[in-house]
Design a binder for this molecule. Structure first.
Ligand code: MG
Length: 395
């Protein structure tokens, strides 16, 4: 039973030659979900060739689509520059590459990437000096500034208490880390960060932005809302961020080392026009209309007046009601039913799979009030099925 139906659906589909779900089966789209449950029209996730994990001794490989900001080579230092004041000319950084790591030269100033970006998944590894010097904020201090603004603290807190909102893995001045998962000084620590900038619309904050941080695989920031960029001693407040900014690393006077720095830009959130996540009714309607338009255009490429064309048009009604399309589906259904009625009984058996698929499609549409409950195709196909004994006989 399952196989012939799947084969039929496949034959009627002009989609890729693999089944990505059956139409007229899962709960349909609603006011805030443009797709049905298990919707075959929902885009496949893009393939990303994964990298490898780092060990304390060796940095891992970034995933294939990562934008690498530092790979341990002298050449990748060219992706960085000194963090000169706005308006001042660009200048090369005085930080150095030593043993495959980018090392802060104390008192040489902060550095920044030439590349500017916003929402991202950022991977960065750092090591505080093996030789322990200083305490509290004075020991192995640096910082990872997303967009040059929000600091994820870098600090040797292995055996070194400090104020909690200034701890390694803190969103500095705003939120302490959930745990201290640091390795001893001298060993590389791994930060995996998910960063979302604040979003304003017409001057109003509609999303504060968020930061999620794993330190050595341990969750230390759990979708923590931003409160502006954060800061030293002063209570930070929400404010707009630019569209993009550089990644900055702090010179806090300690020769902290970095390696394996890469990021992946993130797709827009629903409130910025993305179509995954919590959608507004407006965005859902727009997406549903575009899916319906695609299906209707697809239908024009199928054989004229065919069952496949009727079903594709019917499928589009699941996303968007349209009286003229509904009428066309009714006309095609009526002529399909007439063809079946004129088919000799012996021949009808060959049409069983197709007829049952059409019946299921109309039953689905009627169940969700997309066609009339008493649609003539339903009663007509049920009658043919009863006469053929399809309900009793297993295929
Ligand atoms: Mg710092």
């Amino acid at each position: 039973m399952k196989l012939p139906l799947a084969a039929l659906l496949l034959a009627m589909s002009s989609h890729a030659a693999v089944s990505t779900g059956n139409p007229f089966s899962g709960d349909p789209p609603d006011a805030t979900h443009p797709w049905a449950i298990h919707d075959r029209n929902r885009p496949q996730p893009p393939r990303v060739e994964p990298g490898t994990f780092s060990t304390p001794a060796q940095p891992g490989q970034p995933p294939a689509d990562a934008i690498v900001l530092f790979d341990g080579t002298e050449a990748s230092l060219a992706k960085w520059e000194a963090d000169t004041k706005p308006g001042d000319p660009a200048a090369p950084t005085k930080w150095i590459v030593r043993d495959g790591a980018l090392e802060c030269v104390p008192k040489s100033g902060q550095i920044r990437t030439k590349e500017q970006f916003g929402d991202c998944q950022l991977h960065i590894e750092w090591a505080a000096p093996a030789q322990v010097q200083g305490n509290s904020q004075g020991r192995g201090n640096s910082g990872v500034f997303l967009m040059g603004l929000a600091e994820v603290q870098v600090l040797d807190n292995y055996n070194n208490p400090t104020y909690a909102d200034g701890f390694a893995g803190a969103l500095y001045g705003i939120n302490p880390p959930l745990a201290n998962a640091l390795r001893p000084p001298g060993e590389f620590q791994v930060y995996d960060i998910v960063f979302r900038r604040p979003v304003y619309r017409e001057g109003k904050l509609i999303d504060p932005g968020y930061i999620t941080v794993f330190c050595n695989g341990v969750l230390v920031q759990d979708h923590t809302p931003l409160e502006g960029p954060g800061g030293h001693l002063k209570r930070s407040a929400h404010r707009p961020f630019p569209a993009a900014g550089p990644l900055k690393l702090q010179d806090h006077g300690n020769p902290v080392r970095f390696r394996n720095i890469w990021y992946r830009p993130l797709p827009p959130r629903a409130i910025e026009g993305g179509t995954d996540g919590a959608l507004t009714a407006e965005a859902t309607t727009a997406k549903r209309a575009s899916i319906a338009a695609e299906l209707r255009s697809d239908a024009t490429k199928l054989p004229r007046d065919s069952v496949a064309q009727m079903l594709r048009l019917a499928e589009s009604l699941v996303y968007e009601r349209d009286p003229s399309v509904a009428q066309r589906v009714d006309t095609l259904a009526a002529s399909y039913l007439a063809t079946l009625k004129a088919t000799p009984v012996a021949e009808l058996e060959k049409k069983r799979g197709e007829a049952e698929t059409v019946l299921r499609a109309f039953q689905y549409l009627a169940k969700f009030d997309l066609v009339a409950k008493g649609h003539p195709a339903i009663a007509g196909l049920e009658r043919i099925g009863q006469a053929q004994g399809w309900n009793q006989k297993k295929k």
